[in-house]
Design a protein around this ligand. Sequence first.
Ligand code: HEM
Ligand SMILES: *[C@@H]1O[C@H](CO)[C@@H](O)[C@H](O)[C@H]1NC(C)=O
Ligand SMILES: *[C@@H]1O[C@H](CO)[C@@H](O)[C@H](O)[C@H]1NC(C)=O
Length: 604
Amino acid sequence: MPQHPYSHYRLRIAQDFIRILVVPNLMLSVVLKLADIHLGFLSIPAYLLCTIVAAFGRDWYDQITQRRAAYQVGGSLVPKVKGKWPGNLDILFRIKNAAHNDYLCQGFLDLFHEYQSTTLNLRILGADLVCTLSMHRYMITMDEEHIKFLSATGFDHFWRGRRQKERMETFLGSGIFNRDDEEWKVHRAMARPFFSRDRVTDFEVFDRHADQALSVISSLASSQAPIEMQDLFARYTLDAAAEALFGEKIDSVNGTLPVPGQTSMSAKGSLTTDEFGAFAQAFEMAQQVIVTRTHEGYFWPAFQLLKDDIQPHVDVIDKWIEPIIARVLANKAQMRKAGLSSQIDSCTFLEYLAENTEDPEIIKDQLLNILLAGRDTTAALLTYVTYMMAMCPDVACKMRAEVLEHIGVHDAPTFEGIKSLRYMHAVINETLRVFPPVPQNIRETRSEPVLLPQSDATFPTPPDAAPIYLPADTPMIYVPMLTQRNPAHWGPDAHVFDPERWLDERLSHFVDNPMIFTPFGAGPRICIGQNYARNEASYFLVRLLQQFDTFTLAPEFQPEGSLPPPSWKQGQGRKTVEQIRPAYALTLYVKGGLWMRLGRAADS
Ligand code: HEM
Ligand SMILES: *[C@@H]1O[C@H](CO)[C@@H](O)[C@H](O)[C@H]1NC(C)=O
Ligand SMILES: *[C@@H]1O[C@H](CO)[C@@H](O)[C@H](O)[C@H]1NC(C)=O
């Protein structure tokens, strides 16, 4: 199998090691030799000092070069965060600490306020050493003009970048999420038609799995037992995806569910002893490795020199998925002989892919990437809609009234039925606004520097301010969650969950400037599963509301450490009202899971 450059992470870290440690010290030793100086016991501190001086020297040189380059093209540098410790290490600790203890993205938000700017250069860890360690400048933005530029109008200047690909290569391979340019285009062109149409087959799949999940809820509700809704949605979306994508039954909904009051905290939700099926478990674990790598930062390969931590999980995934792909390809060959082909309206995604390519690797990468893209995101949407239904009983009541009026207590929803649920769409949009399943995302500039348009939406900039200069090969983290909660765009009540803002004159905020609401991204890489996700979530909600009418949180069952700390009450915005802790891995989730009680409707 041909190896992609991104899989050579050991080579990359070795090169950096040479550049940072070996080269300056080699130079020092040559100089000492030529000058015939013997340092004796002082040589260790001398070499250490040399490494540090070289790092700072390179950073200093880099800053000068950047300033000059920016000046030449009439740009200004991204405002820098100025920490107290060298390398802005205090800022790094502050952000890490906020990620553990504070509200989601609060660390970033506080900095944006402190510096009165919606785009910042954090210059973490030698940010002073930034390029020195080729660690990169660490840019963050919540500016909707800049987000528009990097995802749409300035698309060609950016890419997903090599750092992300390096982290994900062994897991996601050549899939749509992990490639740019021509390779990405091929995958996108192949996948898009399948998800861009409303297929009756999809509704049949949703129905089967919603039914199974609801029978689990019913039996728990009838014995007054609480239910971990986040876990249930993870199972529903996995089962539905496995059938729609691979044509396989995983039936994880039937597995052992978390036991109320006996769960401890797992990486995401409540820990269960359930194996979730070998494939599903391996798929989750592989994602977890990527999250760990993200936390370890640029140096993650140093921790995985001897073995790639993803590989054992990939082996399990391959063992499950490869025979399925082989079977479908063999099937296709037989159908060809008989002069038949799969119909896009009724086949699985795998069968559809097999019509387009014979390459099992491409098929596998495509399948896993779509599963990753579509599963946790939709589960997060459902989890947070349900959470908001518990927080705002009047919203749940209104949703239910609409479902009964347009669809009835028993009927299965149709496309037209779901399209007619205006209020439910407003609730879904409002959930996506306040709790976007992908709260932050990342792009990198390519080998050329870029000028970002100047923007003054939030913090006024002088009218003659220069456009912002972004150096080459610079990652930019953008945070739609903060844009979507920004009072400058949404009014002083931006943090309030209010579906009505999608139905009254306040809709004009969004209509006038669609970039202030981008839960599915924007531009050429915009999500291809938006309609699919909206249908899958709506379908479940209709079924749920037909049978249940009371939704209450059960905080007494949340595992230790998963409830908001009392200190949040002194904060601002949603922090003061939240009853759960929103958290972020590759997607948004509820820390410790979402324990709830559901009450059956008398008329169901
Ligand atoms: C509520 C659910 C969902 C949300 C919030 C969501 C959000 C997003 C976002 C923010 C992106 C990133 C765009 C970028 O990097 O610029 C994305 C990409 C993508 N999504 Fe979704 N998504 C959801 C559901 C789905 C589903 C159900 C599918 C497939 C069935 C899907 C397939 C994809 C794919 C394939 C991409 C990559 C597109 C590309 O790179 O060209 N998504 N999605
Ligand atoms: C899961 O439960 C459903 C009905 O509750 C049943 O039809 C299905 O066969 C079960 N699947 C497995 C694998 O036990
Ligand atoms: C929800 O948001 C989408 C944009 O993502 C918009 O097209 C749609 O009109 C909105 N729906 C409602 C009911 O506001």
